[in-house]
Design a protein. Structure first.
Length: 398
């Protein structure tokens, strides 16, 4: 893992902070509150010596620009620390990004999502009814991680026996701060998929694996390595982030009786509530590569520098969202969220993720309308490439 480095000559001493995004003070109890303190107590742009040295953006307007201005802020250094191999198409800039992105778009059409919603609802009901008689559950392992993996296995037509292995690899890939271990998880996944890829090359089906490995890029068949990288992104991208978002929403409900009651009485408002939950609970912390020297808000960014763009904190910016920590279902600008990205790199599975959240809320509140956090075992959270809840025990009356 990269160690702390000396401050480069171009970085002003007054902009240096001893900040590790994998160890934000207070994150174990409330990761978003911890990031909000980082936003409130530091300059809009500052520099940290951790992970080889990187700038950090903390405000929504800057994060939004850095996610769209690929000429100045390139996606080619998207992970912190940097990946050992390309993470396609995430680490490609336009116009090279577009041909590979076009492969993904048809995989998440309204027709596909509608079919998966049927599976999601049946799975949610089965899971909830399974532990409801117990009066308690560990939400992340028993529900949050189970619903997305079921949909994913349906999407790619992989056997259920792969469930545990894929979840373990996803945890390492999306939450790990060691690039060697992250690369190892990716290679382990691709080795596991090799036989399946070869079969789908010979006998294509209607699943995601078949569509990716048999796709065309610029009029030619997609190179195998590119297809493997794309499969890795698709497989890891949806397994952890949706589970994490569900965890944050369940925690919010457990602490806010009036919010639960509002949506139980008015289920037609759940879709709007999902948009507000997405705004409030940003997840990711990515990076960009500075492509030319520029003075940005008093920060002397230099070509070759990396800058951190934490969408985990973008929705908490009071400059864009008044009273940002308050859940306001009627918030006029809640769709200005950066949680799913923006511009050409907006998450192609965003609509599916929101559908999963909506179905979770609908079916959970129908079956367990009254529940709370277990006072004996408070939730445990973590920051990193994907901030999340690692463990959360819920209880309800029988």
């Amino acid at each position: 893992m990269p160690q702390c480095v000396e401050r480069p000559p171009h970085v002003p001493a007054e902009l240096v902070r001893d900040f590790d995004f994998n160890a934000v003070p207070g994150m174990e109890k409330d990761v978003h509150a911890a990031w909000k303190r980082v936003q409130d107590e530091n300059p809009d742009i500052f520099w940290t010596p951790h992970y080889g040295g990187t700038w950090v953006a903390t405000r929504a307007e800057d994060i939004e620009r850095m996610q769209t201005d690929h000429v100045l802020f390139s996606m080619t250094a998207q992970a912190i620390p940097r990946n050992l191999s390309p993470n396609l198409p995430m680490e490609l800039d336009p116009p090279n990004h577009a041909p590979i992105r076009r492969i993904l778009n048809p995989l998440f059409t309204p027709t596909v999502i509608k079919r998966l919603e049927t599976v999601a609802r049946a799975t949610a009901i089965e899971l909830i009814e399974g532990f409801k008689p117990n009066g308690k559950c560990e939400f992340i392992s028993q529900f949050g991680r189970q619903l997305p993996i079921t949909l994913f296995l349906t999407l790619v037509d992989l056997p259920n026996v792969d469930r545990g292995m894929l979840l373990d690899l996803a945890e390492i890939r999306v939450r790990g701060n060691d690039p060697v271990k992250r690369e190892g998880a990716k290679r382990q996944l691709l080795a596991h998929l090799d036989g399946i890829i070869q079969k789908r090359l010979a006998e294509p089906g209607d699943d995601v694996v078949s569509k990716i490995v048999n796709a065309d890029v610029g009029g030619e068949k997609i190179p195998l390595e590119t297809a493997q990288n794309l499969l890795s992104v698709v497989m890891f991208g949806g397994l952890d982030t949706v589970a994490t978002m569900m965890g944050f929403v369940a925690r919010r409900f457990a602490m806010d009786v009036r919010l639960r009651e509002e949506l139980i009485l008015h289920p037609e408002r759940i879709s709007s509530a999902v948009d507000e939950f997405v705004r409030l609970h940003g997840l990711t912390t990515g990076g960009r590569l500075i492509m030319r020297d520029v003075d940005y808000k008093g920060a002397p960014l230099r070509e070759g520098d990396q800058i951190m763009v934490p969408t985990v904190v973008a929705g908490l910016d009071e400059r864009r969202f008044p009273d940002p920590t308050v859940v306001d279902i009627d918030r006029a600008n809640k769709l200005q969220t950066l949680t799913f990205g923006n511009g050409p790199h907006r998450c192609p599975g965003a609509a599916l993720g929101k559908a999963e959240l909506r179905i979770f809320i609908e079916e959970w509140l129908r079956r367990i309308p009254e529940f709370s956090l277990d006072p004996a075992e408070p939730p445990v959270m973590a920051s990193g490439l994907v901030s999340g809840i690692l463990r959360m025990n819920l209880v309800w009356p029988l």
